[in-house]
Structure formats: structure tokens, C-alpha cells
Design a protein around this ligand. Structure first.
Ligand code: IPE
Ligand code: IPE
Ligand code: MG
Length: 256
């Protein structure tokens, strides 16, 4: 059991917070199965964790949080589960929008939500419009999101710009590609959290996670609390991020 932290400043260094945290919220089905309940009960319970984590990121002044809510591959699930997930999302945005807005959170959706039902699209539009000028936490919800589809779309947009002469082929660089992704203009995640123990990315932010620190926990998403988030951040703050270079200590070591 992680103890409840009352003063987070004691344990988390506020000078080296991740600028962007990404979360693969996995394990809702297993959480429900353990309780002999339908998977949908797990999804509903997972919404409580999401609410808690958004609030904690906001309080910590993390600039960006991106959560994986529904992948392009999740359409392979039974129709009733897919419909339930969409309904939950509408409900979440509906219930939480006022509080998110009061807390200056800017809601954004990454992924192709134009294929979702009208109720979903309307609720998303309302959340985007209501919070568009907010300056606090940028809360990205990855919905019908797949990193490969994102890259295909980016390539198409770049090709269009080359054909129209707006950009030249030779000027295309990594920054160009990054700018055409859904996350254009947003720093890459510093920390990726995956709950429920799987050691894979499941088509999430493949480009953006190139140098992200990974933190996987067996904790199932509905059991994930702010203490788990703080544990991940503390762990992240101990990491030696070299980005392919040497550590400061090694750089000064003549014997290398
Ligand atoms: C994550 O929980 C939620 C979504 C993928 C939408 P799962 O539904 O994948 O739960 P498990 O992995 O089956 O336990
Ligand atoms: C990843 O979880 C997608 C979301 C959390 C929305 P999945 O449960 O779909 O991933 P796999 O199938 O275990 O790779
Ligand atoms: Mg899963």
C-alpha cells in the first residue's frame, strides 16, 4: 500500500517535473473479471481514476497530460462494449466540463473523432469550445487514435503541401513531421505510464515516445490513484536521461 501523501512537495521535486505525461489506461476488463462483473463495470470504475489523475496533474502544474481512451484497434471489440465506452466518454465530458473549465484545463482530442456518433461529437465540440482559451493543463484525450494512422495522415498533409509548392521536399525534417502530428507544437511525453503490466505500446504515440521514460505498473487502471502517479513521477525524477549522449560525469572522464 502506498501511503497517502499530504505534502507532495516533500517527495516530488517541482523543478524537474515531466512537461508531458502520457498514460495507457489499461486493465479495466481484468479489474471487472476479478470481481466477476461485466467489463463495462471496469470501464466505469476507470473513469474515477481518470478524474483523480487529471486533478492531480493539474495541482502539480504538469503542462500536458495525454490519455489513451480508445484506439483504432479497439473497434474490434464487441459492439456493446464500444457503445458503452462512447457513452461513458460523453458522460465524463458532460459531468466534468464545468470543473475542468473552472480549473483552467484545456480539453483537446487527438484521433479521428469525426467517425463517432453525433452525440459524442457534439459533446467533444462543446468541451473543446468551452475550454479553448484556458491556460492551465492541456488534457489530450486520445480517441479513435492510432499512431500509424496519425503518421499516414501527416504524410498525406506534407505531400499536399509539397504538391502545392508551400514547402519543398528538401526542407522536410523531423520538426516538419512532428508539426503535422496531432501533437504538433506540444513537447514529446517525458513519462509514459502503462497500467496493467503489458510491456507494449499498442500503437500509442509511436513517433512522440522516441525518448520517453517508460513506467509500467501491474496496478489495474481502476485501482490507480494519485499516489501511483506520484510514485511514477518520483521514479522518473531518478532516471538518467542521456538521449544517446554521455552523462555529465562520463563526459569529464578522460579514461573512456
Ligand atoms: C482499457 O482496459 C480500456 C480500453 C482499452 C478502452 P481494457 O478494456 O483493455 O482492460 P483489459 O486489458 O481487458 O483488462
Ligand atoms: C490500449 O489498450 C488502448 C487503450 C488503453 C485505449 P488495449 O487493451 O487495447 O491494448 P492491447 O490490446 O492489450 O495491446
Ligand atoms: Mg487492455
Amino acid at each position: 500500500m502506498l501511503r497517502r501523501i499530504t505534502n507532495i512537495n516533500e517527495l516530488i521535486d517541482s523543478d524537474s517535473l515531466p512537461r508531458h505525461i502520457a498514460i495507457i489506461m489499461d486493465g479495466n476488463g481484468r479489474w471487472a473479471r476479478k470481481r466477476l462483473m461485466p467489463r463495462t463495470v471496469g470501464h466505469r470504475a476507470g473513469m474515477g481514476s481518470l478524474k483523480e489523475v487529471v486533478k492531480a496533474c493539474d495541482e502539480l502544474k504538469i503542462p500536458v497530460l495525454t490519455v489513451y481512451a480508445f484506439s483504432t484497434e479497439n473497434w474490434k471489440r464487441p459492439d456493446n462494449e464500444v457503445q458503452f465506452l462512447m457513452k461513458l466518454l460523453v458522460e465524463f465530458l458532460h459531468k466534468e466540463l464545468d470543473e475542468l473549465n473552472e480549473n483552467d484545463v484545456r480539453v483537446n482530442v487527438i484521433g479521428d473523432y469525426s467517425v463517432l456518433n453525433h452525440e459524442c461529437q457534439d459533446e467533444i465540440q462543446r468541451a473543446l469550445l468551452t475550454t479553448r482559451n484556458n491556460q492551465g493543463l492541456l488534457f489530450n484525450i486520445a480517441l479513435n487514435y492510432g499512431a500509424r494512422a496519425e503518421m499516414v495522415e501527416a504524410i498525406k498533409k506534407i505531400v499536399d503541401k509539397v504538391i502545392s509548392g508551400e514547402i519543398s521536399r528538401d526542407s522536410i525534417c523531423e520538426a516538419t513531421v512532428a508539426s503535422f502530428l496531432y501533437t504538433g507544437g506540444v513537447p514529446d511525453p517525458d513519462l509514459l505510464i502503462r497500467t496493467a503490466g503489458e510491456l507494449r505500446l499498442s500503437n500509442f504515440l509511436l513517433w512522440q515516445l522516441a525518448y520517453t521514460e517508460l513506467w509500467v505498473t501491474d496496478c489495474l487502471w481502476p485501482d490507480f490513484t494519485r499516489e501511483n502517479l506520484f510514485a511514477a513521477i518520483r521514479d522518473y525524477q531518478q532516471r538518467d536521461r542521456r538521449f544517446g549522449a554521455l552523462t555529465a560525469l562520463e563526459k569529464g572522464d578522460e579514461s573512456v
